[in-house]
Design a protein around this ligand. Sequence first.
Ligand code: PMP
Ligand code: GLN
Length: 390
Amino acid sequence: MRRDRFNPVFSGLGTTIFTVMSALAVEHDAINLGQGFPDEDGPEAIREAAAAALRNGPNQYPPMQGVLELRRAIAGHSREFYGLDFDPLSEIVVTSGATEALGDCIMGLVAPGDEAVVIEPCYDSYRPMLEAMGAKIRTIRLAPPDFRLTEAALAAVFSPDTKVILVNSPLNPIGRVLDQGELELLASFLTRYDVYAICDEVYEHLVFDGRKHVPLISLPGMRERCVRVGSAGKMFSLTGWKIGWVCGSRTLIEVITKAHQFNTFTTSPALQLGIAEGLRHHMDFALANTSALQTKRNQIAQALQAAGFDVLKSEGTYFITASTRKIANEPDTVFCKRMTREARVAAIPLSVFYGDDPPSDLVRFAFCKMPAIIDEAGGRLARHFASHPR
Ligand code: PMP
Ligand code: GLN
């Protein structure tokens, strides 16, 4: 088989680390704190609504832009939480997960040769999709321990050739939530250089310690420049459902929908109706889940510290990052695989969220797990690293 005839972006990729580490966790009967999925399913009423729709219909192709009830519910959610108004008929498109939404946005907005900015560490789907569209990627790297976005970092990569920036806040993997100052800085660069922002806000409700998530699109002048990507999986602990969406101005949503129509065309009507029920009646679940997650964040931070890791701050998301410097001196991927096999706890090496020259001592743990599981994982790690000193 002549692999050199395949698309070089995709033929050059490995399998995503999330799949690799989940398989390794199963193989070694390890606790999986790698791939970010909760171990308790979201509200039964949402699952019942979807089940009823499966039984009673509709079961044929729903509208390409998404079931209208869901688009209305998404509009209602944006209005209720952020005072943002989107027209369900022309400013919202429903996708098969945020992953598709991000791909559609990139396909719709980026042309070959355009410069696209990513902020590292960044989600692993961004780079391949940008490269597949022929973008030239410019990188901002957030620096530990604070991982703040600075004016100098933006000034170093923005130019008249910049077309788009991908902004993920709350940020997977390190749990940063951009504050008002950083958002205003971003907004000023978008305006000055006439740039679009694809805002990946899938963890919008998972913010801790009284912080508030502020969508970049809600800042003055940003309505025409930003699109806001959401995911029901994270809101309702239903990550396998893969219901996502994009909200933005009519002109941007129009072109993004053109990409959506040939990527998936549409997504399961029953699951869309289930999520419409969730957005309308079960946001209390999402909010209660956030306060439970904050407690779990504290629990895992303590457990990791006790096992010898240096733990970084997590302001939001399902994730916390820790340095292995005091307990190991091997690259993060080797460390994570060894930890899965020997300590029977799986995590994700941070290097997969970087392009060139990644850090090698940082690993990400998912804490969207039951307290007893986090306890057991903490115990395993403490015992393992006590008996395997560096
Ligand atoms: N963006 C980020 C930052 C994520 O962590 C994820 C992972 N779930 C996604 C997008 C994709 O979300 P979905 O599962 O809805 O495709
Ligand atoms: N977003 C999830 C994570 O970061 C993984 C999604 C996936 O497996 N592609 O863990």
